[in-house]
Write a protein that binds this ligand. Structure first.
Ligand SMILES: Cc1cc2nc3c(=O)[nH]c(=O)nc-3n(C[C@H](O)[C@H](O)[C@H](O)COP(=O)(O)OP(=O)(O)OC[C@H]3O[C@@H](n4cnc5c(N)ncnc54)[C@H](O)[C@@H]3O)c2cc1C
Length: 328
């Protein structure tokens, strides 16, 4: 059996791994303690926050077919949120999501999907791959940041955000210069936990503002039986501009702005955490891209091949696995 290394245990890497594991021996390398990537959950006892992906939709048959058994098993559930828009501090345009296409979340937390998908895979976590090298027998060796080597791979598939993929792949790889390295933008996420209820008139809202883009009441998602836990995202443009600023300053700026724009008394929060996403989101490309070098046996996949969405990560993994499967 061919040996395949997948670098990155986000949804795209996990989907690729599961599709290839019937025809090859697959190992997933993930730098974090658990799989799931940006479908992430932060535990700050007693509060729980999905601080990356908020929800996802299935617009393609392929993604819906993938989700159906997971919905049956309860790993995915619908979030029928009371959704609003906020502009100049005014809450408007209220709709209940149940009347529209389903909005899905991981159950009981957003990271549950990654954990579930990784169960049947060989995943080596807490392992940050630093370099990949090919020997004279055309086999690939991966080396992690602690200097540990993992040898003898026929294929390497990199499923990290575009810029991190370019840092790992050799520049003579066929598709190297087509990688959209600058396509991804950052985001800051503020997580606020309260011991008392807040009486906000929505479960989730888009915010029209130069600094803030989104708020959700995480505890209103199915299965989140916690005290009020708010997740608030900055806009990607504001984050890009402040990405390398002192994080304490950014935290304070955003906290003040939340109080001004959303009228939430942040001083009463029992928990106030910030997370910096360097590679959060990317715009939709004109065409869906596939990055495979069949000579070197290297590939790259991820949401950034299509659009910064969970469904795009799935489709990129699916297409990459199908294209490689034919040549194994
Ligand atoms: C703040 C935020 C909000 C979002 N909201 C939504 C939303 O509401 N709806 C939606 O559809 N999408 C949303 N998204 C986008 C969605 O999360 C992504 O599209 C999807 O999770 C991407 O999956 P992926 O596998 O392509 O990449 P990732 O999830 O980024 O996976 C890459 C993995 O590679 C690992 N890794 C990186 N470098 C290395 C290395 N050198 N060695 C080992 N491991 C490595 C990382 O730790 C990570 O686990 C959001 C993202 C963010 C950040």
């Amino acid at each position: 059996m061919k040996q395949i290394a997948i670098i990155g245990g986000g949804l795209s890497g996990l989907v690729t791994a599961r599709l290839l594991q019937k025809t090859a021996q697959v190992t997933v390398f993930e730098k974090s303690p658990g799989c799931g990537g940006r479908m992430a959950t932060r535990f700050a006892n007693p509060f729980i926050f999905d601080h990356g992906t908020q929800f996802f939709k299935a617009r393609s048959n392929d993604f819906q077919t993938f989700l159906d058994p997971l919905i049956k098993q309860g790993v995915i559930q619908r979030w029928d949120a009371n959704f609003s828009e906020i502009k100049n501090g005014v809450v408007s345009k209220k709709i209940i999501w149940s009347n529209h296409e389903p909005h899905y979340v991981g159950y009981p937390n957003m990271n549950s999907l990654g954990l579930y998908l990784s169960e049947s895979l060989t995943c080596i976590s807490k392992t940050h791959i630093k370099s990949i090298d090919q020997n004279r027998f055309s086999k690939w060796t991966l080396t992690d940041t602690a200097g540990v080597r993992y040898d003898n791979f026929d294929w390497v598939i990199v499923s990290t955000p575009a810029k991190q993929s370019a840092e790992l792949l050799p520049s003579h790889c066929q598709f190297y210069h087509q990688l959209p390295q600058e396509c991804m933008k950052g985001c800051f996420t503020i997580m606020l936990g309260f011991t008392d209820s807040l009486n906000l008139p929505y479960d989730a809202a888009i915010i029209h503002d130069p600094m803030l883009s989104w708020i959700s009441l995480n505890h209103t998602k199915p299965g989140r039986l916690t005290s009020p836990a708010l997740v608030i995202h900055s806009t990607n443009d504001w984050a890009e501009f402040h990405l390398n600023n002192d994080i304490t300053q950014v935290h304070s700026q955003l906290t003040h702005h939340i109080q001004d724009i959303l009228g939430i008394n942040t001083k009463t929060a029992a928990c106030n955490i910030i997370h910096r996403w360097r590679y959060a989101n990317c715009q939709k490309h004109d065409s869906e891209k596939l990055f495979i070098d069949h000579n070197l046996k290297l590939a790259a996949c991820g949401d950034w091949c299509i659009q910064g969405r969970v469904e795009a990560a799935f489709l990129s993994g699916l297409k990459t696995a199908n294209a490689i499967k034919q040549s194994l």
